[in-house]
Design a protein around this ligand. Structure first.
Ligand SMILES: *[C@@H]1O[C@H](CO)[C@@H](O)[C@H](O)[C@H]1NC(C)=O
Ligand SMILES: *[C@@H]1O[C@H](CO)[C@@H](O)[C@H](O)[C@H]1NC(C)=O
Ligand SMILES: *[C@@H]1O[C@H](CO)[C@@H](O)[C@H](O)[C@H]1NC(C)=O
Ligand SMILES: *[C@@H]1O[C@H](CO)[C@@H](O)[C@H](O)[C@H]1NC(C)=O
Ligand SMILES: *[C@@H]1O[C@H](CO)[C@@H](O)[C@H](O)[C@H]1NC(C)=O
Ligand SMILES: *[C@@H]1O[C@H](CO)[C@@H](O)[C@H](O)[C@H]1NC(C)=O
Ligand SMILES: *[C@@H]1O[C@H](CO)[C@@H](O)[C@H](O)[C@H]1NC(C)=O
Length: 363
């Protein structure tokens, strides 16, 4: 009898096998195996990668940033962005900034964000563990004692609450090929862990949504010492279309303007361990824009992005207002969920998702 009912259900499901396949190959696919791999051992890195997570490397402008692409128990997808920046002097009496946003990707009308300045002595207090713990927000290692394999970020700010833990379980993506590149007068140090296992919960305006770890991931981004004056940055996850093969993560920087000159580099982790560096040949915004009521800044919402290897991407922001700013419109940055489709290396039709960060010129 049970079997009979089961086959009747199966029969009913046949016309929607594509949906069923999606369930088995979720959109957000975490990777396990660890951030470092033997393929990295011979690379001439100029800094101690995980050391940058243990002590502040002595440089100003330390950025600790995560974007979590989450599938919730309510069957909605979410994006949670969390960011701490230390060693800055934007608001007198403060030396750091923390901010976060929560977007319901499935129902993009649901969105919340906050941004605050604070004064902390160090992101590496006590024993050198990375630990920013404030009254309503935190970003730290999950465990004490120099264990950097798992990080935690949480918020108790009303409207945008979450508590996420993620493993540095995906192989690293080194920006600029070795984690260092120059933009104008400054040198950016940056590495990313593109798709770590994530657990925890979030709450957008009330009820708690538990995360499905198997269909969720966190991209962690560690940057210090320098940044361009203004930039548009893309985090992309290109679907490998093969459940056995990890998605392709790209970190794409574009900076400058037409007067001072445009610079751009795509850093791509291919085949798990190869760090490719590909020049950006074009970034063309469309005329779809969002004008912030708070800051007056006009943000582009769609782009054509081309790389020197024949890659062409069409990128689109799913919700117009994804601007984070402190009260009074101070220090705005756009952190938007995007979808992407296009041609990879001139050959493969691809699609994916990710995030655009726009840091505008202000003041
Ligand atoms: C990540 O999660 C998968 C299952 O969801 C598990 O098999 C794997 O061991 C996890 N990796 C780490 C580093 O926790
Ligand atoms: C939160 O709830 C209030 C009251 O129900 C509603 O007005 C607001 O739009 C909600 N915000 C989000 C982000 O869902
Ligand atoms: C900020 O913190 C430093 C110590 O970390 C302290 O010397 C300074 O007085 C603080 N500034 C304010 C405005 O609280
Ligand atoms: C962290 O680095 C600073 C110098 O950059 C040093 O003074 C401090 O002792 C270090 N702390 C630990 C716990 O290693
Ligand atoms: C971080 O600091 C807070 C207090 O400021 C402490 O409760 C917590 O245990 C620390 N976490 C780690 C991982 O050291
Ligand atoms: C930098 O700012 C200028 C002036 O607002 C703008 O024209 C340019 O597009 C920005 N560059 C990038 C890469 O976002
Ligand atoms: C925006 O671009 C579209 C497509 O290129 C075009 O049809 C439309 O006229 C443009 N709108 C404005 C206001 O320029």
């Amino acid at each position: 009898m049970q079997r009979h009912i089961f086959s009747a259900i199966l029969f009913h499901l046949l016309p929607i096998t594509i949906e069923a396949t999606r369930f088995h190959n979720p959109r957000f696919r975490p990777e396990s195996g660890g951030i470092l791999s033997s393929g990295l051992a011979t690379l001439p890195l100029q800094f101690d990668l995980l050391g940058s997570q243990r002590n502040a490397s002595g440089f100003p402008g330390n950025s600790f940033w995560s974007s979590s692409f989450l599938h919730g128990c309510d069957n909605h997808d979410y994006l949670v962005v969390s960011h701490v920046l230390t060693g800055i002097d934007i608001v007198p009496g403060t030396n750091s900034m923390y901010r976060a946003s929560v977007l319901d990707i499935t129902d993009p009308s649901r969105y919340a964000m906050f941004e605050f300045f604070s004064n902390i002595s160090s992101a590496f207090p006590y024993n050198g563990d990375f630990n920013v713990t404030l009254h309503d927000y935190g970003f730290s290692t999950a465990n004490p004692g120099g264990d950097v394999s798992k990080l935690r970020t949480w918020s108790q700010v009303p409207g945008a609450q979450f508590d996420l833990q993620f493993d540095l379980s995906a192989r690293v993506l080194l920006d600029g090929g070795l984690g260092v590149f120059k933009t104008g007068d400054s040198t950016v140090h940056e590495w990313s862990m593109p798709a770590g296992n994530t657990t925890g919960w979030l709450s957008l305006n009330g009820s708690k949504v538990i995360i499905d770890t198997e269909q969720s991931l966190t991209w962690y981004d560690r940057q210090w010492a320098g940044a361009p004056r203004n930039w548009t940055w893309f985090e992309l996850h290109i679907d490998s279309r093969n459940p056995e093969v990890a998605d392709i993560p790209l970190s794409i920087w574009v900076w400058g303007d037409h007067e001072s000159g445009i610079g751009g580099v795509a850093s791509v982790r291919e085949g798990g361990v190869v760090q490719s560096v590909v020049p950006v040949t074009l970034l063309e915004p469309s005329n779809r824009t969002y004008t912030s009521q708070e800051t007056g800044i006009v943000y582009s919402l769609d782009w054509v992005l081309e790389l020197a290897d024949g890659t062409a991407f069409w990128i689109s922001s799913v919700r117009a207002d994804q601007e984070l700013y402190a009260p009074g419109g101070i220090f705005p940055t756009y952190e938007g969920y995007i979808t992407v489709r296009g041609t990879y290396k001139g050959i493969w039709e691809v699609e994916g998702y990710g995030l655009v960060e726009i840091s505008p010129l202000t003041g």
